[in-house]
Design a protein around this ligand. Structure first.
Ligand code: SAH
Length: 321
């Protein structure tokens, strides 16, 4: 999954109508603006420290442009750091945010100041492992390759002790997913945030796990595809287990808010007022603005979840009521 996605993102811009999928910042400027205001409000209540603004997997840089514009209006113009591996998307980001500093991984992010980190549809692209319940216990699912044919096969049996207790006796065929890569990144960032100050905001389709379910999916040309077909040529994702990510942050003694639905979050941040103001300024687009708002808050409203991680010494983040 890691290798397939690495090739996939390195060789194209997958976003938008002509690509494979569309994300919240590409639907409406309101999304990035409200996230920018979330950052500015938190920074302001934290005493306006010198900080760095970080985005993980910034796509085309659309969220960053909208967020930075909103932050600047609130008096916040921080240095921008992007964690991005795709050269194609780095080029798109450089057109929009030329002053950004790019990183291959979180390892090289600044260590001398608070970080506010945004991750929209980033964790879903990181590789997962799947464990499948057989008659005798749990087995890791592996992928076999014969010529160009890829197939899921049973791997070796896992000790029961590594299966969350509540799920251990699930019926045969049940699937548990874990994303060690996501947990490692979340934990590392939570640790830095506790030491340096700051916050992380992760938004993705997900659930408060651990839970049962096979959520591995492939998307191509805005339609679902077989994840084992043409690896590297279609987007592979899995739903994000926010329960496990939150637990990883708590281990590092960070504070956690959420997960809550994207709809409730954006409504608490004032998307209704922002949509009304926008519709007034560009009245010919009023209908489209209403459609976009409904897509962000209703269609995506519960499927997409929002989790915040903050330093214990920082104020409570807005939006989680
Ligand atoms: N946040 C953007 C793009 C989401 S697509 C949006 O909401 O529109 C996923 C993004 O994560 C892409 O920019 C992709 O290149 C990047 N990405 C995927 N795997 C990555 C990895 N392992 N390290 C860094 N970036 C990665």
């Amino acid at each position: 999954m890691a290798a397939a996605n690495q090739h996939y993102y390195a060789t194209r811009d997958p976003l938008g109508a002509g690509g494979d999928f569309t994300t919240a910042p590409e639907i409406s400027q309101m999304f990035g603006e409200l996230i920018g205001l979330w950052c500015a409000d938190l920074w302001d209540r934290a005493g306006r420290p010198e900080m760095a603004w970080v985005e993980l997997g910034p796509g085309r840089g659309t969220l960053a442009v909208d967020a930075l514009r909103a932050m600047a209006k609130a008096g916040l113009a921080p240095p921008v750091h992007f964690v991005e591996t795709s050269p194609v998307l780095r080029a798109a980001q450089a057109e929009r945010v030329p002053d950004a500093v790019w990183h291959d991984s979180i390892d090289t992010l600044p260590t001398d100041r608070p970080l506010i980190v945004i991750a929209n549809e980033f964790f879903d692209a990181l590789p997962i492992r799947q464990l499948v319940r057989g008659a005798a216990g749990w087995f890791e699912r592996l992928v076999a390759c014969q010529d160009t044919l890829f197939l899921p096969i049973a791997g070796k049996q896992m000790p029961d002790a590594i299966i969350p207790e509540a799920l251990r006796d699930a019926p045969p065929g049940s699937v548990i997913e874990t994303s060690p890569a996501s947990v490692a990144i979340l934990r590392d960032l939570a640790q830095r945030i506790v030491v340096q100050g700051g916050a992380l905001l992760a938004i993705d389709y997900g659930y408060a796990g651990p839970a049962l379910g096979d959520t591995l999916q492939a998307v191509r040309g805005h339609a679902f595809a077989n994840p084992f077909e043409t690896p590297g040529e279609q987007d592979l994702t899995a739903h994000v287990d926010f329960g496990t990510l939150a637990a990883a942050a708590l281990v590092e003694r960070a504070r956690v808010a959420g997960p809550i639905g994207q709809g409730a979050f954006l409504t608490a941040l004032g998307i209704d007022a922002r949509a009304a103001a926008l519709a007034k300024t560009v009245s010919e687009r009023a209908d489209q603005i209403a459609i976009d708002k409904a897509r962000l808050t209703q269609a995506m409203g519960d499927l997409f979840q929002v989790l915040a991680v903050t330093a214990p010494a920082w104020p409570q983040p807005a939006g989680f009521a």
